[in-house]
Ligand binder design. Sequence first.
Ligand code: SF4
Length: 114
Amino acid sequence: MGKLKEIAQGWINSVRDSLGVLSPEIKELSEKRLEICSTCPLNVHGYCDPFQSLPAVQDFTYTTNYGVEERKEGELYSGCSCPLGPKSKSPISCCPVGKFLDVKQEEDGNRTKD
Ligand code: SF4
């Protein structure tokens, strides 16, 4: 259910953005995330490539299609296959290797890392 909520939230906010009614906070969040994704090797034509992997840059909690898992810094994880535009606009969304986190984890003390 978690992933479906992320996807729905990202697409709804993309529509809001195209209508010019996206909140400035989410717009800023999206721009910051897209800047991180712009230099990431897993960004293939605007999608997070599930056929490549990278080591996580920090310990963090990640929601997969099968549940929640604790990811460890230095271990390899695949891209999530998400379109990065909508993903960047979902505050509950998280980079699969921890380069940016969902807003709750950011507030709890983990930090976005490039
Ligand atoms: S979501 Fe993370 S792993 Fe995927 S392209 Fe963006 S920075 Fe890279």
